[in-house]
Design a binder for this molecule. Structure first.
Ligand SMILES: *Cc1c(COP(=O)(O)O)cnc(C)c1O
Length: 383
């Protein structure tokens, strides 16, 4: 371990989660593995190779820089799809390298036509349509204009897909809005087909939509959070478990984050620990220093709040989390010594620090917590 902590990715966990998702969707529906946000903090390079080993050959990213990372490590046959940001200057690169991307407004379409003509090759595009989220995507009224552009420049386009994104399929509170989006998508699809456009595939579902609205799965699902072994929301798990006899969570966490004890020391009753007067030892204490702080992604909000696992026992974070270190209370843990494993997220023995409890403690959601794990922490694949 050269970095002060390590992130382990468990192959069998990913295999389990993909099996679960594959069993849930139609066997003709393809899975696109969503690896934006550095593969939700798991590390693009390591996660892509892991996923390819489990039969994934389609990856979705948000931006061109993420696409470049996947491109540099993927197998030749794997497809990359950019769901968001591509600079005008990067369009030619994308076309030349068969990187698929969303088109979502007419200005961008003009850039695509220019780039395609320049490299003399059609762009593999997915038409994103606005169905009610009011983020990116063509509104109904600009679709005719889009079709006339793609007709006039048909040599510039290889229309791979038609897609949209739902505004919160993980919460039943959004049910009416999602149903309306589904109806809008279907009517846009029929409209396009009646005008002679036949996208190769339709894809609209993220993890939550795939679970809660099976009709949204269509030809491909874009699965992010669930492949990593987490539910999009507690509600999505409850909705699923409600229909099962056995209420056990079928997903397994892929990620484990761990460090080691740097040193142990004794502190007398009445002394303050760490910066300032945030923590006062009420009795004699034995403390362990861990070489992980907020620069490693361990939020300062966890000062006096966080917990770690050492020797299969919970230990409280005491005092302020520093930039590179934090201090935990090991008074009641026997036989602790320098070099002992410290679990920041994951299991040790029968106990677990879950991503959910960690994100609840730090007042974030699981997605945000994961993507904030720094890129420079070493990632390691385990079986
Ligand atoms: C992030 C994202 C997904 C995946 O969402 P999960 O909830 O992680 O499954 C799917 N589609 C789009 C457009 C996204 O931005």
């Amino acid at each position: 371990m050269t970095t002060t902590s390590v992130i382990e990715l468990k192959r069998s966990a990913l295999a389990n989660n993909l099996d679960f998702i594959r069993n849930h969707i139609h066997n003709k529906t393809k899975i696109s593995s969503v690896v934006k946000g550095n593969a939700y903090g798991h590390g693009i390079k390591e996660f892509v190779s892991l996923a390819e080993g489990e039969g994934i050959n389609h990856f979705s990213v948000f931006s061109a820089d993420e696409a470049e990372k996947v491109f540099s490590c993927k197998k030749p046959a794997s497809v990359i799809m950019i769901m968001g940001w591509l600079e005008n200057e990067q369009v030619e690169w994308a076309i030349q390298n068969d990187i698929e991307f969303y088109i979502f407004d007419l200005n961008f379409v003009h850039e695509v036509i220019k780039a395609s003509k320049k490299v003399n090759k059609p762009a593999k595009v997915h038409i994103e349509v606005e169905t009610g989220m009011n983020r990116t995507g063509f509104k109904n009224k600009s679709i005719n204009k889009l079709l006339s552009l793609t007709d006039e420049n048909s040599e510039c386009f290889d229309i791979r897909g038609l897609c949209t994104h739902y505004a919160g399929a993980e919460s039943i509170a959004n049910h009416v809005r999602i149903q309306k989006q589904i109806r809008n998508f279907n009517s846009i699809y029929r409209n396009l087909v009646s005008k002679g456009l036949q996208p190769e595939i339709c894809h609209t579902a993220c993890s939550a939509a795939a679970m809660n609205y099976p009709g949204t799965c269509m030809d491909m699902v874009r699965i992010g959070i669930m492949q990593y072994g987490l539910w999009p929301s507690p509600e999505t798990f409850i909705q699923y478990a409600h229909k099962q006899v056995n209420k056990i969570d079928p997903l397994t966490r892929v990620l484990k984050w761990k460090s080691k004890i740097m040193t142990i020391k004794e502190v007398k009753q009445g002394e303050f620990i760490s910066y300032g007067t945030n923590y006062l030892a009420q009795e004699d204490k034995k403390i362990a220093i861990i070489p992980v702080g907020y620069s490693s992604g361990y939020s300062r909000i966890l000062s006096n709040q966080g917990r770690v696992l050492i020797n299969e026992t919970f230990a409280d974070v005491i005092g302020l989390v520093n930039m590179n270190m934090m201090i935990v209370d090991v008074t009641f843990i026997t036989n602790v010594k320098r070099g002992d494993e410290v679990i920041l997220i994951g299991k040790q023995g029968d106990l677990e620090i879950t991503v959910n409890s960690f994100s609840a403690m730090s007042d974030t959601m699981n997605y945000e917590l994961l993507v904030r794990l720094p890129q420079n922490i070493e990632r390691r694949i385990v079986n």
